[in-house]
Ligand binder design. Structure first.
Ligand code: PBG
Length: 325
């Protein structure tokens, strides 16, 4: 057949495929999320996230060491707060000797090479289970900002390298930046969860932290999954307010957003491959309906291809292991 152009020639063997590969996934692209709980040498399974555990501080250190050895540069910490410590104003988040603060200090002592990222939002500490302050059923924006700034300061003081506001209140990045700078934390970075959608894919995470909203949903602050242009508006605002990096969340169902943002801003772009995305693949794997390891690698590769410079994924360790073998 007269067919001068044959794309298959570039796929003929593994060597050629390696030569023309456009996206290379590396452990240095990963951020490992970790759930930390009170106790010593304790670990508790999360029903909907096979292979992921809530672990005590000593085991967080062990996990971080393992991650570091595999070339993973950062962890993102999420504390499990006891119900009796939760209140409407997330007061426990100001505790200088809180679970999260102790964990950050442990990590900085034991594994100083790994970057520590902490989440800024009220939900793990709030008796209402919302990211902002609730009054008569509404989530108050401006009244929430000082609470978030105190929380971020308390994380920076303990040694967090990067604080990551995931609350979606308006103006929080600028407010937190100012608060950090005023207290001398000019080197603490901000990774803004800029395009964070009101998603059904956070279910397993909320189970892990027991942090689901007690009333209503998060649709008045998290974005409508139907919207694409609005993500650019959010991202540009956060960059103007001083975000060092921005994030899209969830990841795989939002690759169009990721791709748009990558071309619209010049700061690094992160994507959060969230709990529900992880759970789906693990569940299908358990049922024998697909090869979970391959599907996980393909998902995370696709997230990088779409534009993510870094990816928060619960599969970071298993992916790093398979990339280095
Ligand atoms: C807290 C927060 C959530 C996630 C990260 N930070 C939950 C939420 O907004 O309800 C979800 C992460 C995941 O599902 O893996 N605001």
């Amino acid at each position: 057949m007269n067919l001068p152009i044959r794309p298959r020639r570039n796929r003929k063997n593994a060597a050629l495929r390696a030569l023309v590969r456009e996206t290379i996934l590396s452990p240095s692209n990963f951020i490992l999320p970790l759930f930390v709980m009170e106790g010593k040498n304790e670990k508790s399974a999360i029903r909907s996230m096979p292979g992921v555990f809530r672990v005590s501080r000593d085991l967080v250190v062990a996990e971080a060491k393992r991650a570091r050895k595999l070339g993973i540069p950062a962890v993102a910490l999420f504390p499990v707060i006891a119900d009796r410590k939760k209140d409407k104003r997330a007061t426990e988040s100001k505790n200088r000797d809180g679970l999260l603060q102790k964990t950050i200090r442990d990590l900085k002592n034991a594994v100083p090479e790994i970057a520590v990222i902490t989440d800024v939002a009220m939900d793990p500490y709030s008796s209402d289970g919302h990211d902002g302050l609730v009054k008569s059923g509404s989530i108050l924006n401006d009244e929430t900002l000082p609470i978030l700034a105190d929380m971020a300061l308390n994380q920076a003081r303990a040694g967090a390298d990067i604080v990551a506001p995931s609350d979606m209140m308006d103006g929080r990045v600028g407010y937190i930046r100012q608060a950090l700078d005023k207290s001398g934390f000019t080197d603490t970075g901000i990774l803004a969860y800029s395009a964070k959608y009101a998603s059904a894919f956070y279910g397993p995470f909320r189970e892990a932290l027991d942090s689901a909203p007690k009333h209503g949903d998060k649709k008045t602050y998290q974005m409508d999954p139907a919207n694409r242009r609005e993500a650019l508006r959010e991202v540009k605002l956060d960059v103007a307010e001083g975000a060092d990096m921005v994030m899209v969340k969830p990841a795989l169902p939002y690759l169009d957003i990721l791709s748009d943002i990558k071309t619209a801003v010049d700061v690094p772009v992160a994507a959060y491959h969230v709990s529900g995305e992880y759970a789906m693949i693990k569940a299908a794997g358990k049922l024998g309906w697909l090869d979970a390891d391959k599907a996980m690698m393909e998902s995370v590769l696709s997230i990088k291809r779409a534009g993510a410079d870094m990816i928060l994924t619960y599969a970071a360790v298993e992916l790093a292991e398979s990339l280095s073998s």
